[in-house]
Every structure is written in structure tokens, then in C-alpha cells.
Write a protein that binds this ligand. Structure first.
Ligand code: NAD
Length: 470
């Protein structure tokens, strides 16, 4: 917990605010809200010639559906309160996007920048073996994924450790998602969260009544976007907005931020940061040495994609964006929410907006259990059908289709096509379900409360149907 702020209390506060709009009573609501199982670990790892005791956690927030699902975070700010809050958000997130998992989250309290790859591998493998010992990992029990400070590399260490400790388990690859493709990963997982963020905001930007209220034009094209955090989620979110014709006017990293009213070239900024070690001094851009001031830049859409609690009661009044898309988990405190409701700023909440990662993780888990790549059975069949149809069409019209147009018409879906269209469908449906809930009840004050109502109704129904209350 940082100072007086409790992230879990903030999530619980939003939950309570929404609970009165649901059909469930006190006992059921309490069961949904609390964390079902909490694992705290202290384990020794030899770093150089010294023993270091590493603090780590895994929290399973809800067992109403199994396995539990949620990322693993490496950060020196990791603490139990944070992991509990993130696990709870995972439960609600999965419910909103109809992914049949309970929520979980893990964290190791280290700054990965202070360790070599060799040390990180030792820490990750030891953490995994602790999870195996306590049955906090497994394809049907609890399935981790990447989060802040972790990626494909860590996921493949986790899989390898799990598989070594469970010899002969045919479904071992489904014990973790976000793996490299060569280790059973699914195409499209890497960019999934950022793409989901883009699909979610794009859908809201298509809503005439919403845009009119905000004084914005319809669509994402030409919108001025500021992104905080150029990691997995931030980079891909920025990239998809850029590709759709939005202007990325501000980018922030922990060492500073940059601004250009005419738009920044996202890949060029990433390359510049790689080459110089800093985002600052990018040609043609203005430096902002105090990175958090980037959150206050004049823009249409602000996308915090780094860490929680970055916009609070203190800086929220200075934020100028009309739409805030919570790509990170918990970037706004409840006090910030109050300020934005008052100011008429639309906050698109984390638990739905960044659900792209878990949605595609679900597709990866299904792929691992079915042991077959998406599209393997039907791609060629569809292409043959398309060729026959095109042949008929050309015969009837007497005209030939050439070039890219022909390729597009013949193309049968491969894994990436299917994963991305599954994600698009999921995000569009979730957006409309939340907006319908909000519109149906004028007392619901914001999109976060509406998202919680949708989530609580689904989790509560699942608990009631399980009949687990003796
Ligand atoms: P990441 O480690 O890939 O990237 C985070 C980036 O934020 C890093 O580049 C880091 O340097 C930067 N950063 C740190 N402090 C900053 C600061 N004060 N100002 C500006 N930038 C700062 O992590 P990620 O996977 O992109 O996760 C980011 C957020 O998105 C987290 O809140 C995470 O829980 C959430 N999230 C991630 C996923 C996923 O699939 N990876 C899914 C859902 C939600």
C-alpha cells in the first residue's frame, strides 16, 4: 500500500457503488467481493554470491469459474493490497467479456532492471515451483500471463518449470498464456491488450450521442491522443491509433515525456529511445522533463498505460482530455473519478477496456487444450470455396478480378485473422452491453459503475446457479 491509499479499497468502493443496482443481497455480494485464496511467499534465491529473500504473491480472487486467470507483475512496488485489487479486477474483467475464468493475479516485489536475465530466470523458476507446490498453477486451476515487467520470456520459463515438475501432463502448455508462438503461444497475443484498447475506444467514438455530449466529432481519425507508458500495452495502443489516422501528440515514459502537436511517429520514438536510452530529445518534439505533466496535456484522448494511481484528486482537475481510456489497471483513484464526473469527462474503465489480453489468453488456452492451431482445419477449405465462388462470379460478369483484390477475396482466415476478429467481436459486444446498462438506469453515474453492474450480475448469477451457499 502506498501511504494511505489502498487499491483494493478503491476497487471495493467502486463495487459497493454499483452493488445497489444489481439484484443480489449482502451475502452474495460479500462472497463476490472478497479474495478466495491468498498466497504470500518469501523464498531464497542466490544472486551473485549472496542469498536474497524474494517477496512474492499469488491471489485467486474468485473460484466461481475455474481455472483462475491473471498476469504476473515484476515491480518493486508490488504488495499484497495491489495484487488483491488486480485479482479482483480480473474476475470482473473476465465476466464482462464472457471469458469463463475466475480472477487471479501474481506479483514478485523486484525491479527487473536491477537483475540480469540469468537472475530473473532463477527467480521466475523458483516462484513457479512454489506455485506448483501450493497448487496455485495448472491448466485447470490457475493460469498466469504477462503483466507489468514480464513478457513472453518469463512465460516460457514458467511453462518449462511447470512441465518439468509435471512430467507427462499432456495439457501442460495450457498452464500459462502469453507464451512465444514456438512454445504454444497464439498469434496476436502480444498486441492483444493494445488492440482491445483501440477497439473499445473506437466503438465509443462511433456513438453519436456520446461524442455530441463530449463536443467531439465521430470517429478516431484526427483525434489527438496522449499515451503514458511505452511498454506492451502503451506501445500497441499508440500504434493502432496512429494507423487509424489519430495524432499521437504526447508520449510519456518514466524518464520524461515528449510532445508534438503535429503528431509523433511511434516507431521512430521507440527506436530513438532504444538508441539514446531516453525518450527525451526526440527530433521535432518538445521535452517534458517531469513525465507526469504529460497527463495534463491538451488532447482528446488520454491513455494511461503504465501503472495505477497516476491520476488522483490532486492532478485530476488539471487533466484536459475529454476521454480517458484506462489501458493500465487502476490508473485513476476514486477521487479522480469524482472530478471527471463533475467535469463531464468520459472515463472508459480498465476492467473492460484492457480485457483484450485476457480474451486472447483465453483463445491461447483453448488452442493449447485442443492441440491444434486456429485455421489449420478450415483455411484451405475456405480458400477453395472462395475460388469456386469467384470463378462463378467472373463467368457470370465476364470480368476478371486481379491483384490485391483477388488475394483478399480468395484469402481463408489464418490464426491471426481469427484471433483478431474474435477480439473485435468481444470488445464491440462488451461496449454495447455496458452502454445499454448505463442508458437503462439514469442513476448510474459513470461507465465504471455500469461495468461493475454488468460484472456483478454475471458473477452473482454464476454463484447462484452453482448453488454453493449451504
Ligand atoms: P510493460 O512493463 O510492458 O510496460 C509498462 C511501461 O510503463 C514501461 O515501458 C515502463 O517503463 C513505463 N512506465 C513505468 N512508470 C512510468 C511512469 N511513471 N510514467 C510513464 N511510463 C512509465 O507493462 P504492460 O504489460 O504494458 O502493462 C502496463 C499496464 O497495463 C499495467 O497496469 C498492467 O496491469 C496493464 N495490463 C497489461 C496487460 C498485458 O497484456 N500486458 C493486460 C491488461 C492490463
Amino acid at each position: 500500500m502506498s501511504g494511505e491509499y489502498s487499491f483494493f479499497d478503491a476497487v471495493s468502493k467502486s463495487f459497493d457503488r454499483a452493488a445497489r443496482f444489481t439484484k443480489f443481497d449482502g451475502g452474495t455480494l460479500e462472497q463476490i467481493k472478497q479474495c478466495n485464496s491468498v498466497l504470500r511467499l518469501n523464498f531464497p534465491v542466490k544472486i551473485g554470491d549472496k542469498i536474497q529473500v524474494i517477496k512474492a504473491y499469488r491471489v485467486q480472487h474468485s473460484h466461481h469459474k475455474l481455472p483462475c486467470k491473471g498476469g504476473i507483475r515484476f515491480s518493486d512496488m508490488v504488495n499484497l493490497d495491489e495484487v488483491m485489487a488486480l485479482a479482483a479486477l480480473m474476475t470482473y474483467k473476465c465476466a464482462i467479456v464472457n471469458v469463463p475464468f475466475g480472477g487471479a493475479k501474481g506479483g514478485i516485489a523486484i525491479n527487473p532492471r536491477n537483475y540480469t536475465a540469468y537472475d530473473l530466470e532463477k527467480i521466475t523458476r523458483r516462484y513457479t515451483s512454489e506455485l506448483v507446490k501450493k497448487r496455485f498453477i495448472g491448466p485447470g486451476e490457475d493460469v498466469p500471463a504477462p503483466d507489468y515487467g514480464t513478457g513472453e520470456r518469463e512465460m516460457s520459463w514458467i511453462l518449462d518449470t511447470y512441465a518439468a515438475l509435471n512430467p507427462g501432463e499432456v495439457d501442460a502448455a495450457a498452464c500459462v498464456t502469453g507464451k512465444p508462438i514456438t512454445q504454444g503461444g497464439v498469434r496476436g497475443r502480444r498486441e492483444a491488450t493494445g488492440l482491445g484498447v483501440f477497439y473499445g475506444i473506437r466503438e465509443v467514438c462511433k456513438m453519436e450521442n456520446v461524442m455530441k455530449k463530449l463536443g467531439l466529432s465521430i470517429g478516431v481519425e484526427g483525434k489527438r491522443v496522449v499515451v503514458q507508458g511505452l511498454g506492451n500495452v502503451g506501445y500497441h495502443s499508440a500504434k493502432f491509433f496512429e494507423e487509424a489516422g489519430a495524432l499521437i501528440t504526447g508520449l510519456a515514459e518514466y524518464e520524461g515525456a515528449i510532445f508534438n502537436a503535429n503528431g509523433l511517429d511511434v516507431d521512430a520514438v521507440v527506436l530513438h529511445r532504444k538508441q539514446t536510452g531516453s525518450i527525451l530529445n526526440f527530433p521535432g518534439a518538445t521535452n517534458i522533463t517531469n513525465s507526469s505533466e504529460a497527463l495534463e496535456l491538451d488532447c482528446d484522448i488520454l491513455i494511461p498505460a503504465a501503472l495505477e494511481n497516476v491520476i488522483n484528486g490532486e492532478n485530476a482537475p488539471r487533466v484536459k482530455a475529454k476521454i480517458i481510456g484506462e489501458a493500465a489497471n487502476g490508473p485513476l483513484t476514486p477521487e479522480a473519478d469524482d472530478v471527471f464526473i463533475e467535469k463531464g469527462v468520459l472515463v472508459i474503465p480498465d476492467m473492460y477496456l484492457n480485457a483484450g489480453g485476457v480474451t486472447v489468453s483465453y483463445f491461447e488456452w483453448l488452442k493449447n487444450l485442443s492441440h491444434v492451431r486456429y485455421g489449420r482445419l478450415d483455411k484451405r477449405f475456405t480458400e477453395n470455396q472462395n475460388a469456386k465462388l469467384l470463378e462463378q462470379l467472373e463467368e457470370l460478369t465476364g470480368k476478371k478480378v486481379h491483384g490485391t483484390q483477388r488475394e483478399l477475396m480468395l484469402h481463408g482466415p489464418d490464426e491471426e485473422d481469427l484471433v483478431k476478429s474474435g477480439l473485435e467481436e468481444t470488445m464491440i459486444n462488451a461496449t454495447h452491453e455496458i452502454m445499454d446498462c448505463w442508458n437503462a438506469n439514469p442513476e448510474i453515474r459513470d461507465m465504471r459503475t455500469a461495468s461493475f453492474v454488468v460484472a456483478i450480475n454475471k458473477v452473482g448469477t454464476s454463484y447462484s446457479e452453482l448453488g454453493i451457499f449451504p
